[in-house]
Design a binder for this molecule. Sequence first.
Ligand code: FAD
Length: 359
Amino acid sequence: MNAHTSFRATDFSATMRQRQWADASPQAMLCRRVIDETHDVKTFVFSAASDRMFCFNAGQYVVLHLMIGGAAVTRCYSVSSPPTRPLDLHITVKRTPGGLVSNWLHENLRSGDEIMTEGPLGSFKFDGSPNQKPLFLGGGSGITPLMSMLRTLTDRASDLDVRLIYCVRSPRDLIFRSELDALAARFPNLGVTCICSRKDSSWAGRTGRVDGPMLLRLVPDLGERTVYACGPEQYMKTLRDGLGEAGVHTRGYHEESFGGDRGGVAPDLESAVLSSVHFARSGLEHCCAPGETLLEAARNCGVYVPTGCQQGICGTCRVAKLSGEVAADDLGGLTPEEKSAGFVLACCSRARGAVLLDL
Ligand SMILES: Cc1cc2nc3c(=O)[nH]c(=O)nc-3n(C[C@H](O)[C@H](O)[C@H](O)COP(=O)(O)OP(=O)(O)OC[C@H]3O[C@@H](n4cnc5c(N)ncnc54)[C@H](O)[C@@H]3O)c2cc1C
């Protein structure tokens, strides 16, 4: 009998208290099952490698730490299962053409494998307060954190008035299609609209791209709703423009971008030559190579910085800058308050002159 089968129902509340997953230090998770969702999406079902439970908010993500081809890599994946089912944790991964980790997971991760995971992380959270009317807007694989939110509500048999608008390229890209149909049939206050951007003879539903007028047609009470939006950066931009175009101020707007633009900050080669990073707590000093990020500088000195997306989105590599200037181009990974408190993202910041970090 292993640690998982030995778990007893009477242990439930004690184990629940023990589980302090919020400390976010990397820990092992055991892959229990792999589910084929669509032609290029799989769900990986994990349980904790110890007999603990997962404690997180719907909407949060985990960072996977993997060794691929001898190199350490990390990527963020939103939890698609709800916190109301704390015994296992699902991530739902879409293959990215040419992508390292998503393809590796699809081709290699099997039931019985253990991987290191950090989390839960992220401030994209659904609080489920009873006086809101949520509008979930999902683009492609961005449905994953929204599915966690939706499953939380339906597990609790909530009668909240919820709308989901889910945009994909074609019908075969619809993830969780049968579950969404079943939930919409069971919960009269849940409205699900799927939209395909490409015309397809097998699709009788809506086609086109979401813009302001379409949003208002589909959700006439848009201004009374709290929006939770997630998808690739381009989709998020279209949504923001659409809401602006509709001239509607929603009750609240929360978003998570999955990235997509690998542009990042252009290396400032001239100033980088003269730049250095000083690690205050480690007592180390490093002369930067041209274009080197703070993250690369830290790694080159053996200073540990937790990382996730490495595109300036997730905020995992946030670090306090004690003095000096950096050239940075984050993609929303820092709040304005964090920026004014002196935090920078190590993955997308480069020193300009001497920089002192609280590391
Ligand atoms: C908070 C958060 C949550 C997320 N949740 C999910 C989720 O639930 N499900 C999901 O599927 N994804 C999710 N993602 C996206 C995920 O983290 C990965 O970005 C995605 O799986 C692609 O990773 P990859 O390693 O396969 O691709 P990468 O190797 O990172 O490549 C991405 C793309 O860039 C191209 N590329 C690679 N290297 C270069 C280069 N040097 N120059 C130019 N182009 C290059 C590749 O060809 C590919 O098209 C999330 C991201 C964030 C930030």
